[in-house]
Write a protein that binds this ligand. Sequence first.
Ligand code: MTE
Ligand code: MO
Length: 512
Amino acid sequence: MTTELSEAPAEAPSKPSKPTAALIGVLALVAALGAGHLAAAFVGINASPYLAVGNAAIDLTPTWLKDFAAGTFGTADKTVLLAGMAVVMGLLAIVAGLISRSKPMPGQLLIGVFGVFGIIAVYTRPDLGQVSLIAPVVSLLAGVLVFRALHRAASAPIAPSSSRRRFLFAGVALGAGLAGGGGQLLGSRKDVEGSRGAVGPLVPARTAPAIPADADFARLGTPTFITSNRDFYRIDTALVVPQVRAEDWSLRIHGMVDKEVTYSYADIRDRPLVERVLTLCCVSNPVGGSYISNAKFIGVDLADLLTEAGVRPGAEQLFSTSVDGFTAGTPVPAVVDPGRGAMLAIGMNGEPLPVEHGFPARLVVPGLYGFVSATKWVTDLELTTWDARKAYWLQRGWAEQAPIKTESRIDAPSGAAPAGKVRVAGIAWAQHTGIAKVEARLDNGPWQEATLSAEVTDDAWRMWWTVFDATPGSHTATVRATDRSGYTQTDQVADVVPDGATGWHTITFTTQ
Ligand SMILES: Nc1nc2c(c(=O)[nH]1)N[C@H]1C(S)=C(S)[C@@H](COP(=O)(O)O)O[C@H]1N2
Ligand SMILES: [Mo]
């Protein structure tokens, strides 16, 4: 700092030009984010201030806005969020540069406030420990120091030759890029795909029933009975898919139990495995929506693990926690009843769970929406009461109890069909109750009973089809399902919040 004192009185410093000032702000931002990303590689990539701010934004977003974002951008909503953050940060950085043309202090302050936001975002993440604070602190320091250094170079009284200045600016940009890229590489260095590949074949002792050829009407436009892992719908609150190696994973069962137990991946894998066909559905699935898929899950009975721990009387909810901080509360009766078939799943359609679907392990519970039951990357199960703990979506206005509602959807025809005999086909579901009947009607005419696909299990969806005579022109088709309890789907329209949409799915199509 002595150089500063000796240089200061020499001559009035020159002001950097507006574009240079703006560039200083942007480069300081890029340096801060790059350094933070690199530091995060050593403590967990989610400690990167950029990602931590994004994750915090997701958790703080009001439900209506989340629904709007998911509805408008679909699964690209996360990319849109990250891009939006980049634009806002970039604009603020330009402001920081422009307000600091004569003195570095105002911009430095703004960059500092940015840094503090990053620190708060990391500090308040439920999935990050104290050591993670290193990343946003490094980021703050890098931002402020680079801003000062560039500002000084740009306003030096005897301006360093502009080529030297350009060299310095380019150096910062390059360094920040290398730091960010290096962080990204190092952060994903933990070879989770390698760990997944090393699991080897999962051979269930009890396999799922064989899937008959008439379990779907895919050639008539319904989905295939089993959804491929690639096509299976996905819902995550976290920005970055958690990377957990099987050898680093463990599951702890504690709380209102006789004996706390902890299982390693090998402990679970070495048990006799069971395979079950199960249709998962998201509570956010609107009438006619696509957040529903069906797979063969391989794992162990949750009821067996809970018996080993010994669930105490008075335990009301199984509070499950993921490594990413997501939590779900499942009613105890649904997970201790051996007839229910709730699982700790480690496999999906013959493979170890895909990383995006919860590798190394997740929960699945027949008949309950995913947000109250299907915790991915699960590491902690606490037996507790409803009063003691509130799960992630319960805190955000969604229901405590959320059994899947009996529903149905039309998949064909879509758009146009030749006039005459028109075949209408789709899916229906009432997990853990079973579908008894599906009816469809054309243009509000009489209900007509549809042909159902072969039933594989009452925990999975059924497909249906029927044929109508349709004159050339515009038509509507409507569907409703009746489940094995005798309940017929209500036509009352309900929104997805708080416990799932209702209403009859109606489509419009034209024939010619
Ligand atoms: N860790 C974690 N688990 C989670 C979620 C999540 O956001 N994070 N989403 C839940 C919701 S809302 C649903 S519907 C299912 C979706 O599971 P899938 O992504 O494998 O289809 O996972 C559940 N488990
Ligand atoms: Mo969900």
